[in-house]
Design a protein. Structure first.
Length: 468
């Protein structure tokens, strides 16, 4: 009998320790010491406790809230935050008491995607990040806080993830996303407020792995979704990264999202043209932020072993920017690498993303934040004159020869073309095409972008036709 009793006690103790809903008041994973909360907002705060428990929340900046757990032991409410500042404390009292210390109020961004977002400041083995040593050396800044979500896949949505908030320093930044860190660094330098960066990324992944089951089921019947009996699940199985690495963050209040992904979908750009907008809109719905800014990086030129033309994927990304509200795209046509899918110029990428945020979300005036985007073409005799948005001061090659232009007539056969800039206006011509109807630029896997606006931001690859 004593043996049975001891086994019962052991089992009960294990149950208590392994189930935080029974054992104690618990906050969701992002709510931990050294965190950053979005300033001047009604921010979501959520967690777990025993079912039907009263939860009282107080803060040292003065905000308070009261809620009750549901029958599943989950609770969710909001807190009013004030202007930037800290450090503060959050106290949560339920069946037990828990404190979150050293909390800053500032700007918080979610940074996601695949390996080019994952690439750390120190680089990958044999694949450097330019000027990484200087970035690391000067990265000591307690006002920039970093949280990296540990990689995890799941066939069902999870409520928690692993990770912890760290202050930026030469000890922490080498292993943190280079693009995300540079983005946050530029925001901090420009705004002089605390910055929180949450990275949730996994190399070599497809967009459908980052989208929830309901969205895929409703709009993509061709995509096979995992079920309980599904075997051989990996990081490219639809929904599994949303379940394991995004759902645990919902509905945390972010200022916005930066995203660097696309290589994994390059073989099916027509599908990506539908998938990517649905990813954006579904994340906004899940985070209950209809207008959440979403800025992304167009995939860089790379050889891809001369397989499917990745220019069509770049076009799908460009169309997303043109058709989905509150989005912005960074062109990297000038900083690709022929034999490396991870270009080393991550500082340029992070800073170009920050320009979008500073202009659109923080009201910085007078700065150019996008590279030239194709607008229209006019045919004058044997010459194509191409117009662009985001080029108010005209175009420039900054002394380089303009390359990778093609032109075609009614036969739809493209010939190499000569491009010139006349007072900042692009003219394209070819002796082999006396009656042109269409122009293409950078329409292949690897190019070295030579067309910029006068702010030095590169144009995206483009075509004026819609031929297959």
């Amino acid at each position: 009998m004593k043996k049975i009793f001891n086994l019962f006690n052991l089992a009960f103790t294990f149950l208590i320790l392994s189930n935080p809903l029974i054992a104690q008041t618990k906050l969701a994973s992002l709510f931990s010491d050294h965190m950053v909360l979005q300033r001047n907002a009604q921010v979501a705060i959520f967690g777990f406790d025993k079912p039907n428990s009263k939860i009282t929340i107080s803060t040292t900046w003065g905000a308070k809230a009261l809620t009750t757990t549901n029958p599943d032991g989950k609770w969710n409410t909001t807190l009013a935050t004030t202007k930037e500042g800290g450090p503060y404390q959050i106290k949560v009292i339920g069946s037990s008491t828990t404190n979150v210390n050293d909390v800053l109020l500032g700007e918080v961004w979610l940074c996601s995607g695949q390996s080019n977002m994952e690439m750390p400041v120190k680089g990958f083995k044999g694949q450097p990040v330019e000027n990484s040593n200087q970035l690391i050396l000067k990265s000591n800044n307690n006002q920039i806080r970093l949280f990296d979500v540990t990689n995890r896949i799941s066939k069902t949505p999870l409520d928690s993830c692993k990770g912890k908030w760290l202050s930026a320093s030469p000890e922490t930044t080498p292993n943190f996303s280079a693009v995300a860190y540079v983005f946050g660094k530029m925001l901090h330098e420009s705004l002089n407020v605390p910055i929180g960066l949450v990275t949730s990324e996994w190399g070599g992944t497809v967009a459908q792995a980052w989208i929830d089951n309901q969205t895929l089921k409703a709009g993509f019947s061709e995509i096979k979704l995992p079920v309980d009996s599904t075997n051989n699940v990996n990081h490219n199985t639809p929904t599994v990264l949303f379940n394991g690495m995004i759902n645990p963050l919902i509905p945390f209040t972010f200022k916005g999202v930066i995203w660097y992904q696309g290589e994994g979908n390059r073989n099916n750009s027509p599908q990506y043209q539908k998938l990517f907008p649905e990813l954006i809109n579904s994340w906004r719905a899940n985070f209950v932020q209809e207008n959440m800014p979403f800025y992304f990086v167009q995939i860089a030129p790379y050889s891809y072993n001369n397989q499917v033309n990745s220019a069509t994927l770049r076009e799908a990304q460009l169309k997303t920017m043109l058709n989905v509200k509150n989005t912005g795209m960074v062109s990297t046509l000038d900083i690709g690498a022929l034999n490396f899918i991870h270009p080393p110029q991550k500082i340029e990428v992070g800073e170009r993303l920050a320009l979008w945020a500073l202009a659109k979300d923080y009201s910085f005036k007078g700065i150019t934040y996008s590279g030239p985007v194709y607008k229209s073409v006019q045919i004058v005799k044997n010459k194509a004159i191409v117009s662009f948005d985001y080029a108010d001061m005209g175009l420039s090659s900054f002394g380089q020869e303009l390359t990778d232009f093609e032109i075609a007539g009614e036969d739809k056969i493209f010939k190499p073309a000569t491009a010139n800039l006349a007072n900042g206006i692009l003219e394209v011509i070819s002796d082999d095409v006396p009656n042109p109807v269409a122009v293409r630029y950078g329409w292949k896997n690897y190019v070295k972008g030579t067309l910029f606006n006068t702010a030095g931001l590169p144009a995206s690859s483009f075509r004026t036709d819609d031929w297959n």
